[in-house]
Design a protein around this ligand. Sequence first.
Ligand code: NAD
Length: 503
Amino acid sequence: MTILGKKDDCELKVYDRLFIGGEWVEPSTGNRFESPNPATGEPWAVVAESREEDIDRAVRAARKAFDNGPWQTMAASERGRILRRLGDLILKHSDRLAKLETTDNGKAIRETGGVELPAIAQWYYYFAGLAETIEGKTIPVNNDLHVHTMREPVGVCGCILPWNSPLLMAAFKLAPALAAGNTVVLKPSEHTPVTALELGHIIKEAGFPPGVVNIVPGFGTGAGKALAQHPLIDKITFTGGTETGKQIAHYAADGVKRVSLELGGKSPNIIFDDYDVEEAVTGAMAGIFVAAGQTCVAGSRLFVHDRIYDEFLDLLVKRTQQIRVGNPLDLETQMGAQTCNSQLEKIKEMVQSGIDQGACLMTGGKPPENAEIASGYFFLPTVFSGLKTEMRIAQEEIFGPVVSVFRFSGEDELIEKANDVKYGLAAGVWTRDIKRALRISRRLKAGSVWINCYRKINWAVPFGGFKMSGYGRENGREVLDLYTQTKSVWVDISEDYSDPYRS
Ligand code: NAD
Protein backbone atom coordinates (compact mmCIF):
# COMPACT_ATOMS: atom_id res chain seq x y z
CA MET A 1 0.00 0.00 0.00
CA THR A 2 1.33 3.43 -0.92
CA ILE A 3 0.00 6.90 -0.46
CA LEU A 4 -0.34 8.91 -3.65
CA GLY A 5 -0.19 12.63 -4.05
CA LYS A 6 -3.10 14.95 -3.67
CA LYS A 7 -6.41 14.87 -5.47
CA ASP A 8 -9.06 17.48 -4.75
CA ASP A 9 -7.15 18.31 -1.56
CA CYS A 10 -7.54 14.71 -0.39
CA GLU A 11 -4.70 12.27 0.06
CA LEU A 12 -5.83 9.11 -1.62
CA LYS A 13 -4.75 5.77 -0.30
CA VAL A 14 -3.98 3.42 -3.12
CA TYR A 15 -4.73 -0.28 -2.99
CA ASP A 16 -3.68 -1.14 -6.50
CA ARG A 17 -3.33 -4.91 -6.21
CA LEU A 18 -5.54 -7.95 -5.77
CA PHE A 19 -4.59 -10.74 -3.37
CA ILE A 20 -4.40 -13.92 -5.46
CA GLY A 21 -2.39 -17.08 -4.83
CA GLY A 22 -0.62 -15.50 -1.86
CA GLU A 23 0.73 -12.62 -3.99
CA TRP A 24 -0.32 -9.03 -4.59
CA VAL A 25 -1.06 -8.87 -8.30
CA GLU A 26 -2.16 -6.21 -10.79
CA PRO A 27 -5.77 -6.47 -12.00
CA SER A 28 -5.97 -7.71 -15.58
CA THR A 29 -7.43 -4.48 -16.95
CA GLY A 30 -5.43 -2.16 -14.70
CA ASN A 31 -8.78 -0.64 -13.70
CA ARG A 32 -9.27 1.03 -10.35
CA PHE A 33 -12.30 2.50 -8.64
CA GLU A 34 -12.70 5.12 -5.93
CA SER A 35 -14.05 4.47 -2.48
CA PRO A 36 -15.63 7.58 -0.96
CA ASN A 37 -15.34 8.46 2.71
CA PRO A 38 -19.03 8.58 3.77
CA ALA A 39 -18.29 11.30 6.34
CA THR A 40 -17.12 13.73 3.65
CA GLY A 41 -18.49 12.33 0.41
CA GLU A 42 -14.95 12.64 -1.01
CA PRO A 43 -12.95 9.71 -2.39
CA TRP A 44 -10.31 8.65 0.11
CA ALA A 45 -9.01 5.44 -1.48
CA VAL A 46 -8.57 4.00 -4.95
CA VAL A 47 -8.84 0.27 -5.25
CA ALA A 48 -7.91 -2.30 -7.90
CA GLU A 49 -11.01 -3.59 -9.65
CA SER A 50 -11.42 -7.31 -10.37
CA ARG A 51 -13.09 -8.31 -13.61
CA GLU A 52 -14.06 -11.73 -14.91
CA GLU A 53 -10.47 -12.64 -15.81
CA ASP A 54 -9.26 -11.81 -12.31
CA ILE A 55 -12.04 -13.81 -10.72
CA ASP A 56 -11.06 -16.75 -12.89
CA ARG A 57 -7.45 -16.39 -11.78
CA ALA A 58 -8.46 -16.20 -8.12
CA VAL A 59 -10.77 -19.21 -8.36
CA ARG A 60 -8.07 -21.24 -10.08
CA ALA A 61 -5.58 -20.29 -7.35
CA ALA A 62 -8.08 -21.39 -4.71
CA ARG A 63 -8.82 -24.59 -6.66
CA LYS A 64 -5.12 -25.42 -6.87
CA ALA A 65 -4.63 -24.70 -3.18
CA PHE A 66 -7.56 -26.98 -2.38
CA ASP A 67 -6.69 -29.85 -4.71
CA ASN A 68 -2.90 -29.87 -4.34
CA GLY A 69 -2.09 -27.70 -1.39
CA PRO A 70 -1.51 -28.68 2.20
CA TRP A 71 -4.51 -26.87 3.67
CA GLN A 72 -7.16 -29.58 3.63
CA THR A 73 -4.72 -32.39 4.39
CA MET A 74 -2.77 -30.75 7.22
CA ALA A 75 -3.60 -31.65 10.81
CA ALA A 76 -6.73 -29.84 11.91
CA SER A 77 -4.80 -28.60 14.94
CA GLU A 78 -2.35 -26.89 12.57
CA ARG A 79 -5.19 -25.19 10.70
CA GLY A 80 -6.47 -24.11 14.10
CA ARG A 81 -3.07 -22.69 15.03
CA ILE A 82 -2.98 -20.52 11.89
CA LEU A 83 -6.56 -19.33 12.45
CA ARG A 84 -5.68 -18.46 16.04
CA ARG A 85 -2.71 -16.47 14.79
CA LEU A 86 -5.03 -14.60 12.45
CA GLY A 87 -7.20 -13.71 15.46
CA ASP A 88 -4.12 -12.51 17.37
CA LEU A 89 -2.99 -10.33 14.47
CA ILE A 90 -6.45 -8.82 14.07
CA LEU A 91 -6.31 -7.82 17.74
CA LYS A 92 -2.78 -6.48 17.31
CA HIS A 93 -3.90 -4.29 14.40
CA SER A 94 -7.36 -3.56 15.77
CA ASP A 95 -6.97 0.20 16.35
CA ARG A 96 -5.73 0.75 12.81
CA LEU A 97 -8.34 -1.57 11.30
CA ALA A 98 -11.12 0.14 13.24
CA LYS A 99 -10.07 3.55 11.88
CA LEU A 100 -9.91 2.21 8.33
CA GLU A 101 -13.28 0.47 8.69
CA THR A 102 -14.85 3.65 10.02
CA THR A 103 -13.32 5.77 7.28
CA ASP A 104 -14.48 3.43 4.53
CA ASN A 105 -17.86 2.52 6.00
CA GLY A 106 -18.95 5.53 8.07
CA LYS A 107 -19.82 3.57 11.21
CA ALA A 108 -18.95 5.36 14.48
CA ILE A 109 -15.50 4.44 15.83
CA ARG A 110 -17.03 3.60 19.21
CA GLU A 111 -18.78 0.73 17.40
CA THR A 112 -15.99 -0.49 15.11
CA GLY A 113 -13.16 -0.04 17.63
CA GLY A 114 -15.08 -0.51 20.86
CA VAL A 115 -17.20 -3.52 19.94
CA GLU A 116 -16.60 -5.09 16.55
CA LEU A 117 -12.84 -5.56 16.21
CA PRO A 118 -12.36 -7.33 19.58
CA ALA A 119 -15.31 -9.60 18.76
CA ILE A 120 -14.03 -10.42 15.27
CA ALA A 121 -10.90 -12.07 16.71
CA GLN A 122 -13.19 -14.38 18.73
CA TRP A 123 -14.70 -15.76 15.53
CA TYR A 124 -11.28 -17.01 14.46
CA TYR A 125 -10.48 -18.37 17.94
CA TYR A 126 -13.79 -20.22 18.22
CA PHE A 127 -13.56 -21.89 14.82
CA ALA A 128 -9.86 -22.62 15.37
CA GLY A 129 -11.00 -24.73 18.32
CA LEU A 130 -13.79 -26.38 16.34
CA ALA A 131 -11.44 -27.39 13.51
CA GLU A 132 -10.33 -30.43 15.52
CA THR A 133 -13.87 -31.49 16.38
CA ILE A 134 -15.06 -32.12 12.84
CA GLU A 135 -15.61 -35.86 12.83
CA GLY A 136 -17.70 -38.66 11.37
CA LYS A 137 -19.69 -41.56 12.79
CA THR A 138 -19.56 -45.34 12.78
CA ILE A 139 -22.88 -46.81 11.66
CA PRO A 140 -23.80 -50.34 12.86
CA VAL A 141 -25.42 -51.65 9.66
CA ASN A 142 -24.76 -55.37 10.32
CA ASN A 143 -21.98 -57.75 11.38
CA ASP A 144 -20.59 -58.10 7.86
CA LEU A 145 -20.04 -54.43 7.30
CA HIS A 146 -18.05 -51.69 8.92
CA VAL A 147 -19.46 -48.34 7.80
CA HIS A 148 -18.11 -45.00 8.79
CA THR A 149 -18.70 -41.44 7.63
CA MET A 150 -16.20 -38.66 7.18
CA ARG A 151 -16.90 -34.92 7.06
CA GLU A 152 -14.84 -33.49 4.23
CA PRO A 153 -14.53 -29.85 3.14
CA VAL A 154 -16.76 -28.88 0.21
CA GLY A 155 -13.92 -27.30 -1.78
CA VAL A 156 -13.64 -23.74 -3.07
CA CYS A 157 -16.01 -21.26 -1.42
CA GLY A 158 -16.98 -17.94 -2.97
CA CYS A 159 -17.79 -15.39 -0.24
CA ILE A 160 -19.72 -12.28 -1.28
CA LEU A 161 -19.96 -9.56 1.35
CA PRO A 162 -22.21 -6.54 2.00
CA TRP A 163 -20.97 -3.15 3.11
CA ASN A 164 -22.46 -2.71 6.54
CA SER A 165 -19.91 -4.63 8.67
CA PRO A 166 -17.17 -5.69 6.25
CA LEU A 167 -14.65 -7.31 8.62
CA LEU A 168 -17.31 -8.93 10.77
CA MET A 169 -19.10 -10.39 7.76
CA ALA A 170 -15.75 -11.65 6.46
CA ALA A 171 -15.17 -13.40 9.80
CA PHE A 172 -18.65 -15.01 9.67
CA LYS A 173 -17.57 -16.71 6.44
CA LEU A 174 -13.80 -17.13 6.54
CA ALA A 175 -13.54 -18.61 10.03
CA PRO A 176 -15.79 -21.67 9.52
CA ALA A 177 -14.87 -22.18 5.85
CA LEU A 178 -11.16 -22.26 6.65
CA ALA A 179 -11.52 -24.28 9.84
CA ALA A 180 -13.22 -27.01 7.79
CA GLY A 181 -10.33 -27.10 5.29
CA ASN A 182 -11.88 -25.20 2.38
CA THR A 183 -10.17 -22.52 0.33
CA VAL A 184 -11.81 -19.18 -0.32
CA VAL A 185 -12.29 -16.37 -2.81
CA LEU A 186 -13.62 -13.31 -0.96
CA LYS A 187 -15.32 -10.43 -2.74
CA PRO A 188 -15.96 -7.41 -0.53
CA SER A 189 -18.62 -4.86 -1.41
CA GLU A 190 -17.60 -2.19 -3.90
CA HIS A 191 -18.67 0.35 -1.26
CA THR A 192 -16.24 -0.93 1.40
CA PRO A 193 -13.29 -2.70 -0.22
CA VAL A 194 -10.45 -1.36 1.93
CA THR A 195 -10.38 -3.46 5.09
CA ALA A 196 -10.72 -6.73 3.15
CA LEU A 197 -7.48 -5.84 1.38
CA GLU A 198 -5.85 -4.96 4.69
CA LEU A 199 -6.98 -8.37 5.87
CA GLY A 200 -5.03 -9.86 2.95
CA HIS A 201 -1.79 -8.52 4.45
CA ILE A 202 -2.68 -9.99 7.83
CA ILE A 203 -3.61 -13.33 6.28
CA LYS A 204 -0.23 -13.46 4.61
CA GLU A 205 1.49 -12.61 7.90
CA ALA A 206 -0.51 -15.29 9.73
CA GLY A 207 1.06 -17.96 7.50
CA PHE A 208 -1.82 -19.27 5.39
CA PRO A 209 -0.47 -21.26 2.43
CA PRO A 210 -0.72 -19.40 -0.93
CA GLY A 211 -4.15 -19.55 -2.57
CA VAL A 212 -6.06 -20.55 0.58
CA VAL A 213 -7.55 -17.05 0.79
CA ASN A 214 -7.88 -14.80 -2.27
CA ILE A 215 -9.33 -11.29 -2.08
CA VAL A 216 -10.85 -9.67 -5.14
CA PRO A 217 -12.71 -6.36 -4.78
CA GLY A 218 -15.05 -5.41 -7.59
CA PHE A 219 -18.63 -4.69 -8.55
CA GLY A 220 -21.61 -6.97 -8.17
CA THR A 221 -22.61 -7.44 -11.76
CA GLY A 222 -18.98 -7.92 -12.84
CA ALA A 223 -16.86 -9.61 -10.19
CA GLY A 224 -19.74 -10.86 -8.00
CA LYS A 225 -21.63 -12.49 -10.84
CA ALA A 226 -18.45 -14.02 -12.30
CA LEU A 227 -17.63 -15.51 -8.91
CA ALA A 228 -21.13 -16.90 -8.31
CA GLN A 229 -21.21 -18.46 -11.78
CA HIS A 230 -17.67 -19.82 -11.91
CA PRO A 231 -17.74 -23.57 -12.64
CA LEU A 232 -14.84 -24.30 -10.27
CA ILE A 233 -16.64 -22.83 -7.26
CA ASP A 234 -18.30 -25.43 -5.01
CA LYS A 235 -20.19 -23.18 -2.64
CA ILE A 236 -21.38 -19.60 -2.50
CA THR A 237 -22.00 -17.90 0.80
CA PHE A 238 -23.71 -14.56 0.37
CA THR A 239 -24.78 -11.74 2.66
CA GLY A 240 -26.66 -8.86 1.13
CA GLY A 241 -30.00 -7.72 -0.17
CA THR A 242 -32.85 -10.12 -0.91
CA GLU A 243 -33.08 -9.27 -4.62
CA THR A 244 -29.35 -9.95 -5.08
CA GLY A 245 -29.76 -13.14 -3.06
CA LYS A 246 -32.39 -14.39 -5.51
CA GLN A 247 -29.97 -13.80 -8.39
CA ILE A 248 -27.22 -15.68 -6.58
CA ALA A 249 -29.58 -18.59 -5.92
CA HIS A 250 -30.31 -18.76 -9.67
CA TYR A 251 -26.61 -18.80 -10.52
CA ALA A 252 -25.98 -21.47 -7.92
CA ALA A 253 -28.86 -23.59 -9.23
CA ASP A 254 -27.45 -23.43 -12.77
CA GLY A 255 -24.09 -24.70 -11.54
CA VAL A 256 -25.55 -27.10 -8.92
CA LYS A 257 -23.51 -25.31 -6.26
CA ARG A 258 -24.22 -25.21 -2.59
CA VAL A 259 -25.51 -21.82 -1.49
CA SER A 260 -26.33 -20.08 1.75
CA LEU A 261 -28.03 -16.71 1.87
CA GLU A 262 -28.16 -14.14 4.67
CA LEU A 263 -30.52 -11.46 3.41
CA GLY A 264 -32.57 -8.51 4.54
CA GLY A 265 -34.99 -7.98 7.40
CA LYS A 266 -37.86 -5.90 8.77
CA SER A 267 -37.74 -7.09 12.32
CA PRO A 268 -40.39 -6.51 15.01
CA ASN A 269 -39.31 -5.35 18.47
CA ILE A 270 -42.20 -5.83 20.91
CA ILE A 271 -42.60 -3.97 24.20
CA PHE A 272 -45.16 -5.09 26.77
CA ASP A 273 -46.60 -2.84 29.44
CA ASP A 274 -44.96 -4.71 32.36
CA TYR A 275 -41.49 -3.65 31.24
CA ASP A 276 -39.67 -0.57 32.53
CA VAL A 277 -40.35 2.10 29.89
CA GLU A 278 -37.00 3.83 30.14
CA GLU A 279 -35.05 0.58 29.76
CA ALA A 280 -37.25 -0.52 26.87
CA VAL A 281 -36.68 2.79 25.06
CA THR A 282 -32.92 2.30 25.44
CA GLY A 283 -33.23 -1.24 24.07
CA ALA A 284 -35.40 -0.12 21.20
CA MET A 285 -32.98 2.67 20.26
CA ALA A 286 -29.97 0.36 20.36
CA GLY A 287 -31.94 -2.12 18.27
CA ILE A 288 -32.54 0.31 15.41
CA PHE A 289 -29.98 3.11 15.56
CA VAL A 290 -26.73 1.17 15.99
CA ALA A 291 -24.58 1.32 12.83
CA ALA A 292 -26.79 4.25 11.74
CA GLY A 293 -29.58 1.74 11.14
CA GLN A 294 -27.57 -0.29 8.65
CA THR A 295 -27.92 -3.68 10.25
CA CYS A 296 -29.87 -6.53 8.75
CA VAL A 297 -31.42 -7.29 12.16
CA ALA A 298 -32.47 -3.67 12.86
CA GLY A 299 -35.59 -3.59 15.03
CA SER A 300 -37.28 -1.27 12.54
CA ARG A 301 -40.86 -2.02 13.60
CA LEU A 302 -41.60 -1.25 17.24
CA PHE A 303 -44.82 -2.73 18.67
CA VAL A 304 -45.69 -0.99 21.93
CA HIS A 305 -48.50 -2.02 24.26
CA ASP A 306 -51.43 0.37 24.29
CA ARG A 307 -51.10 1.13 28.03
CA ILE A 308 -47.56 2.51 27.75
CA TYR A 309 -47.68 3.66 24.11
CA ASP A 310 -47.89 7.44 24.71
CA GLU A 311 -45.28 7.51 27.47
CA PHE A 312 -42.95 5.29 25.40
CA LEU A 313 -43.32 7.33 22.21
CA ASP A 314 -42.70 10.66 24.01
CA LEU A 315 -39.52 9.34 25.60
CA LEU A 316 -38.34 7.64 22.40
CA VAL A 317 -38.70 10.88 20.44
CA LYS A 318 -36.97 12.93 23.15
CA ARG A 319 -34.03 10.55 23.43
CA THR A 320 -33.73 10.09 19.66
CA GLN A 321 -33.30 13.85 19.32
CA GLN A 322 -30.36 13.68 21.76
CA ILE A 323 -28.32 11.17 19.70
CA ARG A 324 -25.04 12.79 18.66
CA VAL A 325 -24.73 12.42 14.88
CA GLY A 326 -21.36 13.45 13.48
CA ASN A 327 -17.81 12.67 12.48
CA PRO A 328 -17.58 8.88 12.87
CA LEU A 329 -13.93 9.06 13.91
CA ASP A 330 -14.83 11.22 16.92
CA LEU A 331 -15.24 9.06 20.05
CA GLU A 332 -18.09 11.30 21.22
CA THR A 333 -20.13 10.51 18.10
CA GLN A 334 -23.01 8.12 18.68
CA MET A 335 -24.21 7.80 15.09
CA GLY A 336 -22.01 7.97 12.02
CA ALA A 337 -22.86 8.20 8.33
CA GLN A 338 -24.70 6.02 5.86
CA THR A 339 -22.14 4.04 3.90
CA CYS A 340 -22.99 5.24 0.42
CA ASN A 341 -24.87 7.99 -1.31
CA SER A 342 -27.25 5.58 -3.03
CA GLN A 343 -28.27 4.30 0.42
CA LEU A 344 -28.82 7.86 1.66
CA GLU A 345 -31.03 8.57 -1.36
CA LYS A 346 -32.98 5.36 -0.74
CA ILE A 347 -33.63 6.40 2.87
CA LYS A 348 -34.83 9.85 1.78
CA GLU A 349 -37.14 8.27 -0.78
CA MET A 350 -38.58 5.81 1.75
CA VAL A 351 -39.13 8.56 4.34
CA GLN A 352 -40.94 10.65 1.74
CA SER A 353 -43.13 7.68 0.86
CA GLY A 354 -44.04 7.35 4.55
CA ILE A 355 -45.05 11.01 4.68
CA ASP A 356 -46.97 10.74 1.38
CA GLN A 357 -48.83 7.66 2.60
CA GLY A 358 -49.95 9.49 5.74
CA ALA A 359 -47.58 8.28 8.47
CA CYS A 360 -46.77 10.80 11.19
CA LEU A 361 -43.12 11.94 11.21
CA MET A 362 -42.29 12.46 14.90
CA THR A 363 -38.64 13.47 14.53
CA GLY A 364 -35.76 13.39 12.03
CA GLY A 365 -36.68 12.62 8.45
CA LYS A 366 -33.82 14.59 6.92
CA PRO A 367 -30.04 15.02 6.96
CA PRO A 368 -28.61 16.99 9.92
CA GLU A 369 -28.14 20.73 9.46
CA ASN A 370 -24.62 20.79 10.91
CA ALA A 371 -22.46 22.51 8.26
CA GLU A 372 -19.33 20.55 9.27
CA ILE A 373 -20.81 17.31 7.97
CA ALA A 374 -23.02 18.71 5.22
CA SER A 375 -21.17 16.97 2.39
CA GLY A 376 -21.28 13.54 4.07
CA TYR A 377 -23.97 10.87 3.83
CA PHE A 378 -25.65 11.60 7.15
CA PHE A 379 -29.29 11.18 8.10
CA LEU A 380 -30.98 12.07 11.36
CA PRO A 381 -32.43 9.24 13.44
CA THR A 382 -36.08 9.17 12.53
CA VAL A 383 -39.29 8.06 14.25
CA PHE A 384 -42.65 7.51 12.57
CA SER A 385 -45.96 6.77 14.27
CA GLY A 386 -49.57 6.48 13.07
CA LEU A 387 -48.74 3.85 10.46
CA LYS A 388 -50.86 1.32 8.67
CA THR A 389 -49.24 -2.08 8.18
CA GLU A 390 -49.66 -1.94 4.42
CA MET A 391 -47.55 1.24 4.05
CA ARG A 392 -44.21 0.82 2.28
CA ILE A 393 -42.21 1.95 5.34
CA ALA A 394 -44.01 -0.72 7.36
CA GLN A 395 -43.21 -3.49 4.87
CA GLU A 396 -39.95 -2.76 3.04
CA GLU A 397 -36.46 -2.82 4.45
CA ILE A 398 -35.09 0.73 4.68
CA PHE A 399 -31.64 -0.18 6.04
CA GLY A 400 -31.28 3.20 7.70
CA PRO A 401 -32.02 4.93 11.03
CA VAL A 402 -35.79 4.93 10.63
CA VAL A 403 -38.15 3.26 13.08
CA SER A 404 -41.93 2.84 12.84
CA VAL A 405 -43.93 2.64 16.05
CA PHE A 406 -47.17 0.63 16.18
CA ARG A 407 -49.70 0.25 18.99
CA PHE A 408 -51.06 -3.13 20.09
CA SER A 409 -53.21 -4.58 22.85
CA GLY A 410 -53.97 -8.29 22.28
CA GLU A 411 -51.44 -11.07 21.68
CA ASP A 412 -53.13 -12.61 18.63
CA GLU A 413 -53.40 -9.26 16.87
CA LEU A 414 -49.75 -8.56 17.77
CA ILE A 415 -48.45 -11.84 16.35
CA GLU A 416 -50.40 -11.42 13.15
CA LYS A 417 -48.96 -7.93 12.58
CA ALA A 418 -45.44 -8.83 13.70
CA ASN A 419 -45.29 -11.71 11.21
CA ASP A 420 -47.00 -9.78 8.43
CA VAL A 421 -43.87 -9.01 6.35
CA LYS A 422 -41.99 -11.08 3.83
CA TYR A 423 -38.87 -11.19 6.04
CA GLY A 424 -38.10 -13.31 9.09
CA LEU A 425 -34.63 -12.49 10.33
CA ALA A 426 -35.00 -11.41 13.96
CA ALA A 427 -37.39 -10.20 16.66
CA GLY A 428 -37.30 -8.77 20.18
CA VAL A 429 -39.71 -9.20 23.10
CA TRP A 430 -39.55 -7.07 26.25
CA THR A 431 -41.60 -8.39 29.18
CA ARG A 432 -41.10 -9.57 32.78
CA ASP A 433 -43.59 -12.39 32.19
CA ILE A 434 -41.49 -15.44 31.26
CA LYS A 435 -44.47 -17.50 30.13
CA ARG A 436 -45.56 -14.79 27.76
CA ALA A 437 -42.02 -14.22 26.49
CA LEU A 438 -41.57 -17.88 25.59
CA ARG A 439 -45.08 -18.22 24.16
CA ILE A 440 -44.52 -15.24 21.88
CA SER A 441 -41.04 -16.40 20.87
CA ARG A 442 -42.56 -19.67 19.61
CA ARG A 443 -45.07 -17.85 17.45
CA LEU A 444 -42.67 -15.33 15.87
CA LYS A 445 -41.38 -16.31 12.45
CA ALA A 446 -37.77 -15.26 12.89
CA GLY A 447 -34.35 -16.89 12.94
CA SER A 448 -33.34 -15.11 16.18
CA VAL A 449 -35.60 -13.96 19.02
CA TRP A 450 -34.13 -11.79 21.76
CA ILE A 451 -35.96 -11.56 25.08
CA ASN A 452 -35.27 -8.42 27.12
CA CYS A 453 -32.31 -7.65 24.88
CA TYR A 454 -31.71 -7.01 21.19
CA ARG A 455 -29.06 -7.57 18.52
CA LYS A 456 -27.02 -10.08 20.50
CA ILE A 457 -24.79 -11.98 18.08
CA ASN A 458 -22.17 -14.51 19.11
CA TRP A 459 -19.75 -16.75 17.22
CA ALA A 460 -21.17 -19.80 19.03
CA VAL A 461 -24.87 -19.18 18.31
CA PRO A 462 -26.53 -20.01 14.96
CA PHE A 463 -27.74 -16.97 13.04
CA GLY A 464 -29.85 -16.69 9.90
CA GLY A 465 -33.26 -16.06 8.46
CA PHE A 466 -36.73 -17.47 7.95
CA LYS A 467 -38.79 -16.63 4.85
CA MET A 468 -37.20 -14.09 2.46
CA SER A 469 -34.40 -13.39 4.96
CA GLY A 470 -32.53 -16.34 3.54
CA TYR A 471 -31.48 -19.88 4.35
CA GLY A 472 -28.54 -21.61 5.96
CA ARG A 473 -27.23 -20.65 9.39
CA GLU A 474 -23.97 -18.87 10.11
CA ASN A 475 -22.04 -19.20 13.40
CA GLY A 476 -22.10 -21.97 15.97
CA ARG A 477 -21.26 -25.60 15.23
CA GLU A 478 -24.19 -25.75 12.84
CA VAL A 479 -22.46 -23.63 10.19
CA LEU A 480 -19.82 -26.33 9.75
CA ASP A 481 -22.50 -28.48 8.09
CA LEU A 482 -22.57 -25.90 5.28
CA TYR A 483 -18.83 -26.07 4.76
CA THR A 484 -18.43 -29.86 4.90
CA GLN A 485 -19.94 -32.81 3.08
CA THR A 486 -20.41 -36.38 4.20
CA LYS A 487 -18.56 -39.28 2.67
CA SER A 488 -19.78 -42.77 3.62
CA VAL A 489 -17.11 -45.47 3.62
CA TRP A 490 -18.24 -49.13 3.45
CA VAL A 491 -15.92 -51.97 4.42
CA ASP A 492 -16.90 -55.63 4.01
CA ILE A 493 -15.43 -57.46 7.02
CA SER A 494 -17.15 -60.84 6.44
CA GLU A 495 -15.12 -64.02 5.93
CA ASP A 496 -17.16 -64.98 2.85
CA TYR A 497 -17.60 -62.53 0.09
CA SER A 498 -20.99 -63.23 -1.48
CA ASP A 499 -20.71 -63.76 -5.25
CA PRO A 500 -23.93 -62.83 -7.08
CA TYR A 501 -22.67 -64.70 -10.19
CA ARG A 502 -21.97 -68.02 -8.44
CA SER A 503 -24.06 -70.75 -10.10
P1 NAD B 1 -26.23 -6.00 -2.14
O1 NAD B 1 -27.09 -7.16 -2.33
O2 NAD B 1 -26.42 -4.82 -3.01
O3 NAD B 1 -24.69 -6.37 -2.31
C1 NAD B 1 -24.10 -7.39 -1.54
C2 NAD B 1 -22.92 -7.95 -2.29
O4 NAD B 1 -23.39 -8.60 -3.47
C3 NAD B 1 -21.91 -6.91 -2.77
O5 NAD B 1 -20.61 -7.45 -2.61
C4 NAD B 1 -22.24 -6.75 -4.25
O6 NAD B 1 -21.14 -6.36 -5.02
C5 NAD B 1 -22.67 -8.15 -4.60
N1 NAD B 1 -23.57 -8.25 -5.76
C6 NAD B 1 -24.48 -7.35 -6.18
N2 NAD B 1 -25.11 -7.81 -7.30
C7 NAD B 1 -24.59 -9.03 -7.56
C8 NAD B 1 -24.83 -10.03 -8.55
N3 NAD B 1 -25.74 -9.86 -9.51
N4 NAD B 1 -24.11 -11.17 -8.50
C9 NAD B 1 -23.20 -11.37 -7.54
N5 NAD B 1 -22.92 -10.47 -6.58
C10 NAD B 1 -23.61 -9.32 -6.57
O7 NAD B 1 -26.39 -5.68 -0.59
P2 NAD B 1 -25.78 -4.47 0.21
O8 NAD B 1 -26.56 -3.28 -0.20
O9 NAD B 1 -24.30 -4.45 0.12
O10 NAD B 1 -26.11 -4.86 1.72
C11 NAD B 1 -27.26 -4.49 2.31
C12 NAD B 1 -28.23 -5.64 2.38
O11 NAD B 1 -27.59 -6.77 3.02
C13 NAD B 1 -29.42 -5.35 3.22
O12 NAD B 1 -30.60 -5.84 2.61
C14 NAD B 1 -29.18 -6.10 4.51
O13 NAD B 1 -30.32 -6.44 5.23
C15 NAD B 1 -28.42 -7.28 4.04
N6 NAD B 1 -27.60 -7.85 5.11
C16 NAD B 1 -27.98 -9.05 5.62
C17 NAD B 1 -27.25 -9.61 6.66
C18 NAD B 1 -27.66 -10.94 7.23
O14 NAD B 1 -26.85 -11.59 7.85
N7 NAD B 1 -28.87 -11.41 7.02
C19 NAD B 1 -26.12 -8.96 7.16
C20 NAD B 1 -25.77 -7.74 6.60
C21 NAD B 1 -26.51 -7.20 5.56
